[in-house]
Design a binder for this molecule. Sequence first.
Ligand SMILES: [Zn+2]
Length: 426
Amino acid sequence: MKYFLILAVMLHFLFGAKVIHKEWEKGQTFSEYLKVNNISASFLESISKEDQKFLLEIRNRYKYYELKNDTGTLLQALIPISVEMQIHIFRKRSGSGYGFDIIPIAYKKNEYYANILIEKNPYTDTLDTIKQARVAKKLSMVFKGDVDAKKLKKKDEISFVYTQRTRLGFIYAMPEIEVVRVKRKDKEKFIYVDENGAGYKETAKKVSYTVMGKKKVTYTRKVPASKKEAMFGMPLRKVRITSSFSYRRWHPILRRYRPHHGTDFGARRGTPLLAVNSGKVIFSGRMGGYGKVVKIKHDGGYISLYAHQSRIRVKKGQHVKKGQVIGYVGSTGRSTGPHLHFGLMKNGRWIDPMKVLRKKSIKTSIMKKFTRYEDAKITKYKDVDIVQINKDKAKLMKYVEENATSYIWPEEEELTVHLQDKEKFL
Ligand SMILES: [Zn+2]
């Protein structure tokens, strides 16, 4: 927390300093960024090899902040590397050189209420009422799994509670809808929302949802592994996890947060590394702290990464099959001993590989779970935490009974950062 205080305190004293909020340029590297800001290359060398890995994780979709003085000198920069963590560059108080750290992103999470009268459809009417496309989008996702929502008529009513994160006064990350009430004539019903943003309607103690049209459906039935949609296998024949995935992991000895965007597997030097699925090699070579690395692009928006290899066996552009040997375990780059650092990206974001990788051997002919898109109209049931559902429902009903008005979001450009507004920086 002290870093945010420093930022706030600096803002207070540095009259003439300017806060800039912008998007990272597509393809821009960290060293190019330093050059643009007249920061010497020796600063990059002063960053530990371990931390240099995270410089590769800056994405152009993330907005970052800069604090500059009137001569354009960079005083501070806050550059996100995930929803939770950001790079912090700060000009040292002595005035000579810069410091570097990776710190949690401070954000506020506020609750809002919306009551939408149906005129056209939930998406358009939500957008017209509360002026926030992200919320309208999320509401559409909630309704996707629920067939009755399509029968909504004029003058029907939708009420819901949602939370939105803000960072330094700007909308930040996607909103989360908690529970939705649909009122049609005199009937009302509730739709509950799970952690993935899908909506379910209540039926006794379980909640049910109806799947219609093209829908991603997860089944628990047996299929032959030879099918294209077969799941990801493990990157090693024998699996021993030594360190798990985490967006922000507290290091008790160093007393700081660092993300670990992958799973570490313990293995002897020279152990073969296997492609977790078929795909195309998009990188093969050295990559900073990762040492010798192979990156493979797979169907479904996935990219797998195999770091610290002793020897690489595939070339960029090459197509590989699931289970094919792509290299060998080693300790190149920033590594304390032979191990595999395995990363898995989905649609440009690091995800926990263990949620996708299957422990079954690659040759297994039967897989229990798989996901695919299909035309379907199925009613499925899901066990949910009834306590939370009742809490969410009570919260929503309180707003409804108070006849609360919908929160209307101001236009984006009005949410500017004001230097004097210290509150926003804490
Ligand atoms: Zn690792």
